[in-house]
Every structure is written in C-alpha cells, then in structure tokens.
Design a protein around this ligand. Structure first.
Ligand code: DC
Length: 229
C-alpha cells in the first residue's frame, strides 16, 4: 500500500493537533507535533534561566543547544507520542501559558529551527507521517503529497484554548489567552526564518464552524483520492 506524507500547518489553536492525531490513527501513521519541539526548547531555556518575560540570553541558548535533546516516545495508553527533553517527559510542562508566551521568540531563532527541522525530516523520511506545525508544507516536507492549511477566527481559537487551560486547572483570563493567540499569529507569520504562510499547493480549511469529525472526514477523503491516483 502506497504511503504518503501529510503536512498540517496553520495558526495557533486551530485544532491542528486534534485532527492530525485522528488522521494518523485512522491511517496507522506516525503523528508528530512539531510545535511541542519548539515548546521543549523554550522549556529548556526557561529552566536554565536563559529566558523570561524581561530577558533573553540568545547566545547562551545557541551555545547550549547541543545539550537539549528533544525526542518523542509513544504512550500506549494515550495513543500518541509524548515529548521528552533529555529523556524526561515534559509533555505537561510545555502546555502552560508561560511557555506559550515565550515560544515564538525561541521559534524565530534559525539555529533552533535548523536543529529541530533536521529531526523532523529524519522522523518523516519513510513517509507514513502526519506532522503539524507552521512550516511543515513549506520547509520541512515541501514535497508532501497532502498539505492542509488550517485557520479559524482569533475569537474561536482563544475560546478553545481558554477552555483547554481552564479544564486543566490553570487560572487564566480569556483576555490574556486572546492576546497570546493574536501576538503569536503576528510573530509566527512575520519572522524572517520560515514564517507561517500557506504553501501554494495546500488546501485551506477554515474550521470556525466545522466539527472535528467533518474535518477528519474531509482529510481522509483527500487521502483516498491521492492513494487512488
Ligand atoms: O503548535 P503550537 O502552538 O504548539 O506551536 C508553538 C509555537 O512553536 C508556535 O507559536 C510557533 C512555533 N512553531 C514553529 O515555529 N514551527 C513549527 N513547525 C511548529 C511550531
């Protein structure tokens, strides 16, 4: 059976990972959350006092990058791979608003991107992979057979993220979450290295009014069309 590469890019909190995980499960493919890797490096920088809201030791981080080993391990119970930093499971630590507020600064550094893109290409070299992020269809897998570009209104996305964080017990304000979403949109799409934009051959999905099932069905239909071609 022919195997393909599926790249899912888009703005933050568009539900890329939810749909990408389901697509991977339906096809028996590997799912990779590339954003988790940028979050892992951000967590590494926070832990080593290299970044906070009012300082950033960029050169120190670049020098220390070889000591930040980011990897994934499949969790059978959860049904997806969790992110590890130097063999420590940091899946929960990277989902805080604090990490979200700093991650775009870290993701703009070319040295960070080069290190992570190398790992992403390695994971995807045998295809049968669904990877979500910002530059997957443009930089990591420009030859991916299927590219999806997800968007939704900032309000819809902030409401989703707010619910997710509140459900997890984090005390956050809706306004702070909305501001984070808008700030990241801006930083991610205006940075110099690998900015977020829709690849010419990507299919755009605005999922403001779509259920997860509708998105999944649509993507699986596209996969079937490609496999039959
Ligand atoms: O998908 P996410 O919100 O977890 O991603 C966190 C940040 O990482 C996002 O604001 C931008 C950055 N990112 C990136 O620059 N390139 C990717 N392929 C994935 C994420």
């Amino acid at each position: 059976m022919k195997q393909i590469t599926i790249a899912i890019d888009g703005f933050s909190s568009t539900g890329k990972s939810t749909v990408a995980k389901l697509v991977a499960k339906a096809l028996g493919y590997v799912y990779v959350d590339s954003g988790a890797m940028y979050r892992a490096i951000t967590f590494f920088a926070m832990q080593n006092d290299m970044i906070s809201n009012n300082h950033f030791s960029k050169d120190k981080l670049i020098a220390e990058l070889p000591n930040a080993k980011v990897s994934f391990k499949f969790n059978d119970e959860l049904g997806f791979a969790e992110v590890y930093l130097n063999d420590e499971n940091i899946e929960r630590d990277i989902r805080t608003l604090e990490v979200s507020n700093l991650v775009s600064t870290i993701a703009a550094i070319p040295e960070v991107r080069a290190q992570l893109v190398k790992i992403q290409k390695e994971i995807g070299k045998h295809k049968a992979v669904v990877m979500d992020g910002r530059d997957i269809g443009t930089v990591v897998f420009p030859d991916a057979e299927l590219k999806i570009f997800m968007s939704a209104s900032a309000d819809t996305r902030a409401a989703r993220r707010f619910k997710e964080l509140s459900d997890r017990g984090e005390t956050v304000s809706y306004q702070d979450v909305l501001e984070n979403v808008q700030k990241r949109d801006h930083l991610d799409s205006t940075r110099k290295d690998s900015p977020l934009y829709k690849a010419e051959d990507a299919i755009a999905i605005d999922n403001s009014n779509l259920t997860i099932q509708e998105q999944l069905d649509f993507i699986l239909q596209q996969v079937q069309t490609i496999l039959k071609a």
